[in-house]
Design a protein around this ligand. Structure first.
Ligand code: ATP
Ligand code: MG
Length: 384
């Protein structure tokens, strides 16, 4: 008797000719999620089975696997000999003592002497004899006891389904550069886009010494949490201190955020070129704050020439974003009260609808290229 984890995947079957490619990437991602833990992953048709692992770490393994994008659901079960006596013993062990149940058999081995219906009836009948407070309900049972008769003389027996993260395997949809602040939104934006299969690198802008080291550590922690879903991340950390000082000195106060955002975009686009990322991803949501109007987005898009800017949260309410942040485990870290670079030199009345022409005029007072080169020279790159 050996513990196993059954992994079911979603959407991959939709991909026709590319299926083999998707499955290989998915398999690699499962392997990566379990790195450091002894295990084997087998691939009988239609699912993946993790076995031969340290059973004292079962919950940890399930938790790591459930976060892998492409995982539809998991079940923790037992592998036994494909023998009715052994299967029944396991059914007896995992079944509750009362309530309703049904047995659901899937028979990959068509040579097994009983068919699925006969197996259901035989096991169900014996279970009722042994646990008289149970009853059968095939439509809405409290408990479904699954029996999966494999072709290699083994059977998997399990109960209960753990929901997986869903989505597409990371690595099947290109690479993006996520602007990762210390706030609530951008980690969720990264999660959403990674969930559609995109690999991520992150860039964080800080204004040290106006912002402190704790703010930086907070962002590293957010990147670490995100990396649990993406199978590793690269984080670029860039100082925008001098850029903010220059804007503060030379440009109208109310344009600070608008202008800073344009610098962030330019730096992000350059990073895309350097790293092969194919788009910029931000956590902006339309109308959420003064700088996230369509005019604000127009002003920042205007400096990006060669890649699209994806804003996966554009139509989300803040409450929806918070809910998602809690689910994915970034919320508690995001609400730690350290200052972000955008709050340094925060204008009393930021421009809500910046006019592109005015923005460009104001920016003419700055040595844009020089400031960007300087910012790049401050860059540190961490592997999370
Ligand atoms: P968040 O919760 O993601 O910080 P927010 O609601 O605070 O978002 P803003 O501060 O206006 O919104 O930032 C909008 C987007 O710009 C962020 O979601 C993020 O993608 C990017 N951004 C803002 N500040 C930074 C920063 N310091 N480093 C990297 N990206 C940033
Ligand atoms: Mg923010």
């Amino acid at each position: 008797m050996e513990k196993v984890i059954i992994v079911r995947y979603c959407e991959i079957h939709l991909k026709g000719k590319n299926r083999g490619y998707f499955e290989q990437i998915f398999m690699n991602n499962l392997e990566k999620a379990l790195s450091g833990i002894r295990h084997e992953i087998r691939r009988p048709s239609g699912r993946y089975v993790v076995e031969n692992f340290d059973e004292s770490r079962t919950d940890e393994i399930a938790d790591r696997l459930r976060k892998v994008f492409g995982v539809h659901s998991l079940s923790i079960g037992t592998k036994v000999k494909a023998d009715m006596e052994e299967i029944f013993r396991e059914i007896l062990r995992i079944s509750p003592d009362s309530g309703s149940f049904k047995i659901q058999t899937n028979r990959a081995d068509k040579h097994f002497p009983l068919d699925s219906m006969q197996i259901n009836a035989a096991l169900g009948g014996r279970l009722l004899e042994n646990k008289p407070a149970l009853h059968v309900d095939v439509r809405e049972p409290d408990t479904v006891l699954h029996v999966d008769i494999r072709e290699n003389g083994t059977a998997l027996v399990f109960e209960g389904i753990i929901k997986g993260a869903g989505g597409m395997p990371v690595g099947t949809a290109g690479k993006g550069m996520l602007l990762l602040s210390g706030g609530i939104d951008s980690p969720v934006a990264g999660y959403m886009i990674a969930k559609r299969g995109m690999r991520l690198e992150c860039v964080h802008f800080h204004s040290y010494p106006y912002t402190n080291m704790q703010a930086r550590e907070k962002v590293e922690e957010l990147a670490r949490i995100l990396s649990g879903y993406t199978g590793g991340l690269t984080l670029h950390v860039v100082s925008v201190t001098h850029i903010q000082e220059e804007i503060h000195k030379k440009c109208p106060e109310e344009m600070m955020i608008t202008l800073l955002r344009r610098f962030m975009m330019r730096i992000a686009e350059k990073l895309c070129e350097n790293t092969g990322a194919q788009c910029i991803v931000t956590g902006e949501s339309l109308g959420q704050v003064a700088s996230q109007t369509i005019e604000g987005m127009t002003s920042s898009n205007a400096v990006v020439n060669n890649v699209p800017v994806l804003r996966p949260l554009v139509g989300f309410d803040k409450t929806e974003i918070i809910e998602r942040a809690r689910e994915i485990g970034t919320y508690e870290t995001s609400v730690l009260p350290y200052e972000d670079c955008c709050t340094v030199f925060l204008p009393k009345h930021p421009l809500i609808k910046p006019k592109l022409e005015k923005v460009e005029q104001a920016e003419a007072a700055l040595d844009v290229n020089g400031l960007i080169t300087e910012a790049f020279s401050s860059m540190e790159t961490l592997t999370i």
